[in-house]
Design a protein around this ligand. Structure first.
Ligand code: NDP
Length: 251
């Protein structure tokens, strides 16, 4: 099913996977609300999608602020008319051993990866339920971006693992709650993707990440956007609950 006549809200659309997902969903015909803090990046994206005939609503918002997250959702519904798809993608990954880790890094991960996702999910849910009840597709989607780190915990990644395992647990519980209403909850779990994500780490941690992944050919954001587009374009009776995608060379 194409997405013509539908509206998608993508968090973390100013770079990486979220930016590629916004392009992919617009390409399928969705009007897209692009949410993140860096307005200029969102405006560049909107101009690019606009050139191809797509429609983007730029929303500058910090999803860790409940009021801003809720306002982003409500503005999408009021200015674009509805919400059929929510891609909960905004995230941060700050790695390193627990001992001596700056607790502020843990707080940021919990705030963005868990609370930000929950605020957006909570605010969007009534709109998704309404969209599933009233065409054009009679189905709605929430795609939550987790990680391989949401399936397998590793030393040096404990709090990131905690947040992404939490995203997986919440997604499965919510799936059971709303699937009869034709709101599909999906979990996408990427391995290493070439984005800005790792660049926010302390230099010594970044060095460790570089040596772990070394010469592994990373995926591109478009590889994950492809999976997201696949999930949300399935026929109404098909729900893709979970997709784990690794670079072929990642062990
Ligand atoms: P990027 O760093 O390129 O993108 C992260 C996005 O999140 C940016 O658009 C950023 O926008 C946004 N963001 C961060 N904090 C906030 C906030 N407080 N409010 C609103 N938006 C925010 O990384 P990726 O594209 O790689 O990451 C996207 C998702 O994919 C994350 O959830 C990540 O955990 C997950 N992932 C990534 C993998 C990888 O290897 N890259 C592997 C597995 C999962 P801005 O700064 O403008 O606010």
């Amino acid at each position: 099913m194409r997405l013509d006549g539908t509206v998608a809200l993508v968090t973390g659309a100013s770079s990486g996977i979220g930016e590629a997902a916004a392009v992919a969903l617009a390409h399928q015909g969705a009007a897209v609300a692009a949410v993140a803090r860096r307005r200029e990046r969102l405006e560049d994206l909107a101009a690019r999608i606009g050139k191809d005939g797509g429609r983007v609503l730029v929303i500058e918002a910090d999803v860790t602020d409940e009021a801003q997250a809720r306002a982003a959702v409500e503005r999408t519904a009021s200015e674009l008319g509805r919400i059929d798809t929510l891609v909960n993608n905004a995230g941060v990954m700050l790695l390193g051993p627990a001992q001596d880790a700056p607790v502020s890094e843990w707080q940021r991960m919990v705030e963005v990866n868990v609370l930000g996702l929950l605020y957006c999910a909570h605010a969007a849910l009534p709109h998704l339920i309404r969209a599933a009840d009233d065409g054009p597709r009679y189905v709605a989607d929430m795609v939550n971006v987790s990680s391989v780190a949401g399936r397998i915990a590793r030393s040096g990644s404990g709090v990131y693992n905690l947040t992404k395992h939490g995203v997986g647990a919440f997604s499965e519980a919510l799936r059971q709650e709303v699937t009869r209403k034709h709101v599909r909850i999906s979990l996408v779990e990427p391995g290493a993707v070439e984005t800005e994500l790792a660049g926010h780490n302390r230099p010594e941690v970044l060095e460790g990440i570089r040596s772990t992944f070394g010469d592994v050919e990373r995926m591109q954001p478009e590889d994950i956007a492809d999976a997201i587009a696949y999930i949300v374009t399935r026929p109404r009776h098909v729900a893709i609950n979970e997709v784990l995608i690794r670079p072929t060379e990642q062990e």
